[in-house]
Design a protein around this ligand. Structure first.
Ligand code: ATP
Ligand code: 4MY
Ligand code: MG
Ligand code: MG
Length: 363
């Protein structure tokens, strides 16, 4: 007689918009077939009275939720919480967020990586052109809210072209050097061991000779985002003129992803990379987001289901395996015949033909 499959319960606590985009029938059904029930956590009832779940998947803010999760973890120490509050917290501040990236040692002969120059400003009065200079920055600079808490406000940015634009800053902010990158950004999605890179449109390059001719600043928000119904597919690449942009080497991206996982102890995040136009193969990490819009990722249902299956069956509650495994080692499912990560897909590589002119802010 066939053995009965063990079932797992994954309770999810997500904001309504996230729930609508992520919890799709296709995901729920695929997970169910693999013995994983996705169950909505009722926010009108105490968490402690629900479940018990094998795993709690969450992206919510605020002290009440924090307290409830902590209480739950105490009562059910074996429940897997994805991700830990402490680990997520690090991404809520744009300085500590990128600090992790500076701690990584990426060994790659052909490609290098880092973060843009940046400084934090708490007091608008101290900011002047000479202050920027003393911090090693020059125009244009991007002003980003220090706090990245998922609010609309935390995505509101200013691209400042000259000293007049500095009067618009609303601290606390991070002032970051604007790096010309050919108007394409690479979003690298990480789901446990799985890594997938997609291209998105970004801000156009700014030519130094045009600085004086531009307005003093440009405000923008989520320029690289897609609507939840949009997909990162060939149609999008064509429409956005992105199909010629060459993707960074996958082995390089996997090393960064692995390093970030180890340093942050997060399972679910994406990071934004830009290629520095001034230096051949130098990439800069500009942003790291917890539990991003995975539903826009190709085959997200199977990627997420494989991930749940893997963590639930291992339930290692830690990153011991990550420490042990070599970067290229394939992590295999404990049962089933499909190797985890096998459908990472081949990343198309084509020469970068984009002309600088196309992506330049013109006056
Ligand atoms: N240092 C930089 N140099 C050039 N362009 C940048 C830089 N930092 C950010 N950008 C551009 O600004 C956009 C928004 O910046 P960032 O990713 O930090 O903001 P965010 O609101 O946190 O984004 P997300 O929607 O991914 O959470 C980027 O997608 C990119 O187009
Ligand atoms: O869904 P959420 O509200 O969490 O929004 C996230 C958004 O996903 P969505 O597009 O599905 O909305 C993400 O887009 P992608 O980069 O993955 O395209 C990215 O902008 C995250 O930074 C956002 O998280 P936040 O930083 O605001 O917490
Ligand atoms: Mg971003
Ligand atoms: Mg972000």
């Amino acid at each position: 007689m066939a053995e009965r499959m063990r079932r797992f319960g994954v309770g999810y606590a997500l904001a309504p918009k996230k729930q609508a985009s992520f919890i799709q029938v296709s995901l729920v059904n695929l997970a169910k077939e693999r013995g994983i029930d996705l169950v909505k956590i009722d926010m009108d009832k105490p968490l402690i009275e629900q479940g018990p779940f094998d795993c709690v998947l969450h992206k919510l803010y605020g002290d009440d939720w924090k307290r409830q999760l902590e209480e739950y973890a105490l009562k059910y120490p074996h429940v897997l919480i994805i991700d830990s509050l402490e680990a997520i917290e690090r991404l809520h501040n744009r300085i500590s967020m990128l600090q992790v990236a500076t701690e990584l040692e990426i060994k790659c002969e052909t490609t290098s990586f880092g973060i843009p120059k940046q400084t934090v400003v708490y007091d608008a009065k101290i900011v002047s052109a000479s202050y920027l200079e003393s911090e090693g920055l020059k125009f244009p600079v991007i002003a980003k809210p220090l706090v990245a808490d998922g609010s609309a406000k935390s995505h509101k940015m200013l691209l400042v072209f000259n000293k007049d634009g500095l009067s618009k800053l609303k601290p606390p902010i991070v002032l970051q050097e604007f790096v010309n990158h050919g108007a394409v950004i690479f979003k690298v999605y990480v789901v446990g061991d799985y890594v997938k890179c997609v291209k998105r449109k970004s801000l156009p390059d700014v030519m130094e000779e045009n600085l004086g001719k531009l307005e003093s600043y440009l405000s923008f928000s989520q320029v690289s985002n897609l609507n939840t119904c949009e997909k990162n597919d060939d149609k999008y690449y064509k429409l956005m003129n992105l199909d010629d942009a060459e993707l960074p080497p996958l082995s390089f991206l996997k090393e960064i992803a692995r390093g970030l996982r180890r340093a942050t102890k997060l399972y679910l995040f994406n990071f934004d990379l830009i290629r520095d136009n001034r230096v051949g193969n130098k990439y800069l990490v500009i942003d790291i987001n917890y539990f991003p819009g995975y539903a826009k990722m190709p085959n997200y249902e199977s990627v997420m289901t494989d991930f749940f299956w893997d963590v639930l069956n291992k339930n290692d509650k830690g990153f011991e395996n990550l420490q042990k495994d070599s970067c290229e080692k394939e992590v295999r499912l404990l049962v089933g015949n499909k190797g985890y990560g096998e459908d990472e897909g081949t990343l198309p590589v084509s020469p970068l033909k984009r002309e600088e002119k196309e992506n330049t802010i013109q006056v």
